[in-house]
Ligand binder design. Structure first.
Ligand code: F6P
Ligand code: MG
Length: 502
């Protein structure tokens, strides 16, 4: 249950005023409305997803636990982080400027706990402000943290957190989560070296293997690495706030037997379809829409390294975030930190020399890929808006156009999956291409794969009966991170994208 989760422990001051919420729906009314879904595309908008939205006041949902407990906990920890920084600062102007940031964070805490209405983002000169305020004006006027769709309210909280710093003089780029992101990577030594010692040497197959044998071997490596990349998503800081080193080890176990056993936890499983498709790509381009920094990013990089070495890709594009986002998501600073820590760092006190050398070899090779343009890190502002990816085509046509040129776009993690699927109450068996709407159906839509460990309510693309059984046997299966999906949409590659002129 959400309330049993370690991250669900309430800080002393977290109380929500729930007095202004709409009344709870009666089960009989919910049944009555079900045949109105999915909404026809012309009736879909950010406040009216294709199926009913999850909202913070739905007590049965993870949205409720998140809005009521997790977000205030995360914000409380962020305030503690700022105090730590402040205690190490000597310049008075910077200190007083940072205290103003804390005051803004306390105001945000008050708004969250008092369930305030969602106000416009203050114009801090950042390019994304018009996009945010247009969406608030058009769809969320008068909405508050609990009755706005969960996805929007949660994303809005992270943008408001940014505003606390972007209005400052000296702390515009301060990342309240940076310290935590670095910490979990340095506590992941076992899995880090398990991968570096296997992959630091270039992966050359043959010379006495036939082409068919190389193909088969590559497929097996691909299947295992895809799982490494997938399960790398289960160590997410926003959920595992009180994680011990032992917990991290269990989650990051990367051995072959373990992976075979975990494949049965992939409830919607297009892994083999994906492997077959990827084996047809030669010197192509694969895009990763990244999720979390640290260990998950490290797994992504090992995977991307293999995609280059196997000749599948000549280029891999990584899409990160412009702002500190949902605690652990990758920003440019996290990207650089990881590459430099692998190459030059001394994070792992007990490591053997050969382990450290294997990590340095990886770091040096990855930096070389970047220099040669084989790897590129990009951060389009659209990824840090409240829009779901159903609106990517209309709100960020430049990004759609760019993605349409890729052979495959891999979306990592839970939040990206929520955004792909509009984070709504779609039936569990909804086919993935249907659940992601325009990103599958628009001309030019690239092949899309979601690698996601299931950590929140929306689940699609799983066989009939599976969800019902888990509901009975394992309540909480949708937020435990124990289960996953690997889902593929073929898209409409090769067709010219079409954009409406407005
Ligand atoms: O706060 C909920 C959430 O958005 C969930 O999607 C998930 O629990 C977490 O935050 C982020 O997970 P991920 O890093 O996999 O997107
Ligand atoms: Mg994340």
């Amino acid at each position: 249950m959400a309330s049993d989760h370690p991250s669900a422990k309430a800080p002393a001051k977290t109380m929500l005023n729930l007095g202004n919420l709409p009344p709870k729906m009666k089960p009989q009314d919910m049944k009555l409305t079900q045949n109105q879904y999915p909404r026809t595309p012309s009736r879909v908008n950010p406040n009216q997803p294709p199926w009913p939205a999850y909202r913070g006041y739905h007590e049965y949902s993870f949205a409720h636990a998140t809005m009521g407990v997790r977000l205030p906990t995360i914000l409380g920890k962020a305030i503690d982080d700022v105090w730590k920084t402040l205690n190490q600062e000597y310049d008075e102007d910077k200190i007083t400027d940072l205290i103003d940031c804390v005051h803004r964070m306390e105001d945000l805490m008050g708004d969250l706990q008092g369930n305030s209405k969602l106000r416009f983002i203050v114009d801090d000169g950042a390019g994304d402000v018009p996009l945010w305020n247009k969406e608030i004006a058009k769809f969320f006027r008068g909405k508050d943290f609990m009755n706005a769709p969960w996805l929007f309210a949660e994303a809005y909280k992270y943008r408001r957190l940014r505003e606390c710093f972007s209005l400052s003089r000296y702390w515009v780029d301060y990342d309240v989560f940076f310290r935590q992101k670095c910490d979990t990577f340095s506590r992941s030594s076992q899995a880090v070296f398990e991968l570096s010692t296997r992959f630091s040497e270039p992966q050359v197959l043959g010379p006495n293997l036939t082409e068919a044998e190389i193909k088969e071997k590559n497929k097996l490596i691909f299947l295992e690495l895809t799982q490494v990349c997938l399960w790398g998503n289960s160590t997410d800081l926003s959920l595992l706030i009180d994680m011990t080193e032992e917990d991290i080890k269990k989650l990051q176990s990367t051995g072959g037997d373990h992976l075979a056993a975990t494949e049965k936890n992939i409830l919607g499983n297009d892994l083999h379809k994906l492997a077959d498709y990827v084996s047809t790509i030669k010197n192509g381009r694969i895009d990763f829409v990244l999720d979390n920094a640290g260990f998950e990013l490290y797994c992504d990089l090992v995977y991307a390294d293999w995609l280059i070495q196997s000749g599948t890709c000549s280029q891999v594009i990584f899409h990160g975030k412009k702002l500190p986002w949902f605690v652990s998501d990758v920003t440019k600073k996290d990207w650089e930190w990881l590459l430099n820590s692998c190459t030059y760092g001394q994070l792992f006190g007990d490591a053997k020399d050969e382990e450290m050398e294997s990590l340095r070899t990886l770091g040096r090779r990855w930096k070389q890929y970047e220099k040669e343009g084989k790897w590129k890190y990009e951060a389009h502002p659209f990824w840090c808006t409240g829009y779901t990816f159903w609106d990517l085509h209309s709100e960020a046509p430049d990004l759609f156009q760019y993605l349409s040129e890729s052979n495959l776009v891999i979306f990592k993690g839970d939040l990206n999956h929520r955004k792909l699927t509009y984070d709504c109450h779609a039936p569990l068996t909804t086919p993935f291409p249907m659940a992601i709407g325009p990103l599958a159906s628009e001309p030019g839509a690239p092949p899309i794969c979601s690698l996601r460990t299931i950590k929140s309510d929306v689940v699609v693309g799983i066989p009939s009966g599976v969800g019902e059984r888990l509901d009975e046997e394992e309540p909480g299966w949708k937020i435990s991170g124990k289960y996953a999906v690997v889902l593929l949409s073929p898209g409409r590659s090769g067709e010219q994208p079409v954009y409406k002129s407005s």
